[in-house]
Design a protein around this ligand. Structure first.
Ligand code: UDP
Length: 330
């Protein structure tokens, strides 16, 4: 049995990871300030410490109270559009929280660290698929903040031997196929939950951000990866860290879907039209972001098993129908 520290373990991807760890018999301590996360999303059996990861004293207390085999760092500001309004806040918070946590881990002798990174650090694509070696040139402050965090971790590796895996998420989506967890952001800004809410009449009509991109139907193309597959990547990279090396992996299913295709799929799966109107482009959005996941496959045996668009939308839809008020509704 191993013990893990999970920051942001009450959030969307974090809570799904905590559930998977607890289910396989690992011990989990969650740090989450519950500003974005939900108490009800933390799997029974995990220890929840309500604290801000920026609080060095509380983080040090957690490291003093438990010995961890690895840290999973999910807690972060993560909205592209918000980062374009508050770039300095995004860069300061995401970078300093990652480095504070890495420092505390090093001091405690915990030398394995998994970072939630992002496809947003690539910026405008220089090839059809983004490879780990593709040009890093973020077009959003969010992407920049994660690029800086990755670089900070490189130094922690070189100097302190902190092995890290940076997982560059493409578009995390879907919900636990067992119906225990789902996606509940406040405010919600992500395409699939907003389209589902529009179809269900739980939210306003969707606005399509930009129809004049250089893509076949003029809307942005993204690579949607099921949260269960994303969690699987987190578990697999522990073996890479165990081999004593750091790595960076793209985590996407390798296929892109346009905003219009997503809207069509949500209508099909839900059996209801998605009311939408078209609007201007959203700052910070590159036209296309699709992953090459070859490296993750080769080095860890990972495969996207749940990432068809229909399964992503179906699981997200099922959770929302069962929890129209999200975690507030129990
Ligand atoms: N999008 C949209 N309307 C919305 C929310 C998102 O058209 O209300 C588009 C957005 O411009 C992007 C894609 O949907 O091209 C996915 O956006 P999301 O916010 O879900 O994830 P991101 O790509 O920002 O991580």
């Amino acid at each position: 049995m191993a013990r893990y520290l999970v920051t942001g373990g009450a959030g969307y991807v974090g809570s799904h990871t905590v559930l998977a760890l607890v289910q396989r018999g690992d011990e989990v301590v969650v740090i989450d300030d519950l500003r974005q996360g939900h108490r009800g999303a933390v799997a029974p059996g995990a220890e929840l410490v309500v604290a801000d990861v920026a609080d060095r004293r509380q983080v040090a207390e957690v490291f003093a109270a438990w010995r961890f085999d690895a840290v999973f760092h999910f807690a972060a500001l993560s909205l592209v559009a918000e980062s374009m309004a508050q770039p300095l806040r995004y860069i300061t918070e995401n970078l300093s929280n990652t480095l504070t946590l890495a420092e505390a881990a090093v001091q405690a002798g915990c030398l394995r660290f998994v970072l939630s990174s992002t496809a947003a650090l690539f910026g405008y694509p220089d090839s059809e698929l983004m490879h780990e070696g593709s040009r890093l040139d973020p077009v959003s402050a969010y992407g920049e903040s994660k690029l800086m965090a990755e670089r900070g971790l490189d130094w922690a590796d070189r100097v302190h031997g902190l092995r890290s895996a940076s997982l560059r998420y493409f578009n995390a989506a879907g919900a636990d196929p067992g119906g225990r967890l789902g996606e509940d952001h406040n405010p919600e800004t992500h395409l699939i939950p907003l389209a589902i809410d529009a179809a269900l009449g739980l939210g306003p009509a969707l606005t399509v951000f930009g129809t004049d991109y250089d893509t076949p139907d003029g809307t942005c193309i993204r690579d949607y990866v099921h949260v269960t597959d994303l969690v699987d990547a987190h578990l697999r990279v522990l073996d890479v860290l165990g081999q004593g090396r750091s790595a960076r992996y793209n985590v996407g299913n390798g296929n892109g879907y346009s905003v219009r295709q997503v809207i069509d799929e949500v209508s099909r799966v839900c059996g209801r039209p998605v009311p939408f109107r078209t609007g201007p482009r959203r700052p910070g959005d590159p036209p296309v972001l699709v992953a090459s996941n070859a490296l993750l496959r080769e080095e860890t045996g990972w495969r996207p098993r749940h990432s068809s668009l229909s399964e992503i939308v179906r699981t997200a839809w099922e959770w929302r129908v069962a929890h129209p008020r999200g975690y507030r509704g129990g």
